[in-house]
Ligand binder design. Structure first.
Ligand SMILES: Cc1ncc(COP(=O)(O)O)c(C=O)c1O
Length: 421
């Protein structure tokens, strides 16, 4: 497929007579795999780097600072609410938009933390994690001939779903220091072809937060070209050093064209529950439902009420999660610096981007991540997995996750400090 979704151009007359053969060179799964950089020349798809690195962690007994899942338990009240719901028989299909209690809790949360007013009946949709909210939003709004704009580096699902949609993926490079875009890069990326702009702040994989002037510029261009902003805010509560997360929807002119996505996964350390949500104008939510109902229809009935309990917890519970992770960020940052890495400061999220010391004598990021998994037994993710070949992403940088117990972080740091390549 060409990047602009013109794959069908190569179909032959024979292909056209046979609907299966017609798509053989470019089936939707292939577009998704290719867009995520996972399709081999022989037409087979490789596992994602997260799966590969987690398998290496198991094989080598390595400390896994790769995939961004926490090892901690969720808040007890949240876990107890899920158990109680299962025992009370909340085990059947919930309503299509999600149970009313959770939709109300999401609306209350947006009001409490950000002063955003939402109608829980029409402007809130519960999804199977943020992943489904992202997929359904992009699939609902973009198709062949359209551009989906993201920052680069980007969370891999954005590229895969854009490929699935048959749209063209255009990126706004983030550059050091601070992994911010330039005004010129924003202006170049967002055009009359742009249908969807996916933002993500705090940002995976860089840990940066998008400066407000860049958000304002993006909102103005979105308005000029009538594009929808899909704002992935799953790390909204994981912001450090006294920073405050400001949803894109708060920026002037943004609310009417922004779908805001979040999830219980990171805030409450329940990545396996897959309870996410998307909020925004009723007409846009209806469009997302138009796709979402054919993907999962509904999910996780007993977990939905438990997440409502979590969202209603007092402010100091959220502050405690933040403080714990900030401490772990500092531990990992200090350990990496001590081992000779140069790190980029993390404002939010679970991640630190670090360049290995030249003394390690490692090659590109993919080979160094594999080498470090085997010896000294520390797993990271190559930053290049979040970018495209020839793009702006450093070919040697690694992403380390600090959502792990202090003892694991300390041991990883000790191993890296003793490693001399
Ligand atoms: C930026 C970003 N968006 C979305 C997700 C997926 O969230 P969920 O597990 O709720 O589907 C992740 C998970 O790592 C993420 O980092």
């Amino acid at each position: 497929m060409t990047a602009d979704g013109a794959a069908a151009d190569g179909a032959s007359a024979d292909d056209a007579a046979d609907p299966v053969a017609a798509s053989a060179a470019d089936r939707p799964w292939m577009r998704a795999a290719r867009a995520a950089g996972l399709l081999d020349d022989d037409g087979t798809a490789r596992p994602t780097i997260f799966a590969e690195m987690s398998a290496l962690a198991a094989e080598h007994g390595a400390i896994n600072l790769g995939q961004g899942f926490p090892d901690d338990g969720a808040p007890a009240a949240v876990l107890e609410a899920a158990v109680a719901a299962i025992e009370a028989g909340v085990n059947q299909y919930p309503p299509g938009r999600g149970i009313a209690d959770l939709r109300h809790a999401i609306a209350e949360h947006q009001q409490r933390f950000y002063g955003l007013h939402l109608d829980p009946e029409r402007e809130v949709l519960v999804t199977a994690g943020a992943t489904e909210a992202l997929a359904a939003s992009i699939l609902a709004l973009a198709g062949p001939g359209d551009d989906v704009v993201t920052l680069e580096p980007f969370y891999d699902a954005y590229a895969a779903v854009t490929g699935l949609a048959g749209a063209r993926h255009v990126t706004i490079p983030l550059s050091e220091p601070g992994f911010q875009p330039t005004a010129a890069a924003i202006d170049a990326a967002i055009t009359a072809r742009t249908r969807v702009i996916v933002l993500n702040s705090p940002h995976n994989p860089t840990g940066s937060m998008l400066a407000p002037e860049h958000v304002d510029r993006i909102v103005a261009l979105a308005a000029r070209h009538d594009a929808v902003i899909v704002s992935d805010e799953v790390y909204e509560h994981l912001v450090y050093d006294g920073r405050r997360h400001v949803p894109v929807a708060i920026h002037p002119g943004a609310a009417e064209r922004t779908l805001t996505i979040s999830s219980a996964a990171k805030t409450f350390a329940v990545t396996g529950w897959k309870i996410g949500w998307v909020t925004g104008p009723a007409a846009l939510i209806d469009a997302v439902i138009g796709v979402k109902q054919w993907l999962t229809y509904v999910n996780g009935a007993p977990f939905q009420g438990a997440v409502a309990t979590g969202l209603r917890m007092p402010d100091d519970t959220f502050a405690a999660v933040r403080a714990t992770l900030q401490h772990r960020r500092d531990l990992l940052a200090a350990g990496l610096v001590e081992a000779g890495f140069s790190i980029s400061p993390t404002a939010g999220s679970y991640f630190i981007v670090a360049e290995p010391p030249a003394a390690f004598g490692l090659g590109d990021a993919a080979s160094s991540a594999r080498a470090l998994a085997a010896d000294p037994g520390v797993v990271s993710i190559p930053l290049s997995a979040f970018g495209r070949p020839g793009g702006p992403v450093s070919p040697t940088a690694l992403r380390f996750a600090f959502c792990k117990p202090e003892a694991s972080i300390a041991e990883a740091a000790r191993r890296l400090q003793q490693y001399r390549g």
